[in-house]
Design a protein around this ligand. Structure first.
Ligand code: NAD
Length: 263
């Protein structure tokens, strides 16, 4: 299947590693021009170099923080200067800290709001003028299975990502007439630093060895393993592409069958 991504300008946030990198890698392999951003230098530039070497694609990299509106604008401007506009955006950022209700004060709630929900509003707002100018585009948010089944230890994620899901659905209705699609990608357990970090936190809290926790968690997945970032990236490339031209306002779950909900 030709995804039609050749030459498209795609911005992928939080893409120096993990799920963002997985999507950037797949769209680069499809011939897209890719603009990645992440907070850490030189890592983000090294990741861009790796993408260039492994895919031969045009790749640029910017240092940005999803919580900082000015750095989002700088990233958007650099992308337009290099690639002439924006056809696709992946909204993504590091996840908020794990914990239960009693662990979080107002400051923690505010920080989670800025990292996860307000950042999505700002990233989407920043690319809309260019997408409108080009007559369309595709926006994909990275959320979590917590939007369908809240996860006990991830209260901040549960709440803020539900907001992102609702934002995407609302915008899908509002922007459809302009040819702009908005969809969500839901990772289950994908083998990245974030997943390993959460399992380490659990190991530290409970005293159960990391390997035991990892094995038990993987065993709960019907496909009996964690997903890989590349597998997640393929789903992202699909939603960003013309192959998904009639899909908007949807939530696509990539979890090896872990979720028990029918919808
Ligand atoms: P990761 O830790 O492997 O990578 C996180 C990326 O986010 C890195 O590129 C990092 O530089 C970037 N980042 C961190 N703070 C940032 C900030 N303030 N602004 C911009 N970028 C920032 O994590 P991942 O597994 O790729 O997860 C990506 C998102 O998906 C996270 O929000 C995570 O909570 C969520 N998620 C992941 C899984 C999973 O199984 N991996 C499951 C559910 C949800």
């Amino acid at each position: 299947m030709d995804l039609g991504l050749e030459g498209k300008s795609i911005m992928v946030a939080a893409a120096s590693r993990g799920l963002g990198y997985g999507i950037a890698d797949q769209v680069a392999k499809e011939g897209a021009r890719v603009s990645i951003a992440a907070p850490t230098e030189p890592r983000v530039h090294e990741s861009a170099q790796r993408l260039r070497e492994e895919t031969g694609a045009d790749v640029i990299s910017c240092v940005f923080d999803a919580r900082d509106e000015k750095s989002i604008a700088r990233w958007r401007d650099a992308t337009i200067a290099e690639f002439g506009g924006v056809d696709g955006l992946v909204v993504n950022a590091g996840g908020p800290p794990a914990g239960l209700f009693d662990d979080f004060d107002d400051e923690a709630w505010q920080a989670a709001y800025e990292l996860t929900l307000l950042s999505a509003v700002r990233m989407i707002r920043s690319v809309l003028p260019s997408m409108r100018e080009r007559g369309g585009g595709s926006i994909v948010t990275v959320t979590s299975s917590s939007v369908k089944e809240p996860i006990d230890m991830l209260l901040l994620s549960n709440v803020m990502r539900s907001g992102v899901t609702s934002l995407a659905k609302s915008l899908s209705q509002q922007l459809a007439a302009e040819g702009i699609r908005v969809n969500n990608l839901v990772p289950g357990a994908i083998n990245t630093d974030r997943l390993r970090g959460l399992m380490q936190t659990q190991a530290d809290r409970t005293g159960v060895p990391f390997e035991e926790i990892s094995k038990a968690r993987a065993a709960t997945v019907p496909l009996a393993r964690f997903g890989e970032a590349g597998e997640f990236g393929q789903a992202g490339a699909f939603l960003l592409s013309d192959a998904a031209a009639y899909i908007t306002g949807e939530t696509l779950v990539i979890d090896g069958g872990a979720m028990k909900t029918v919808w």
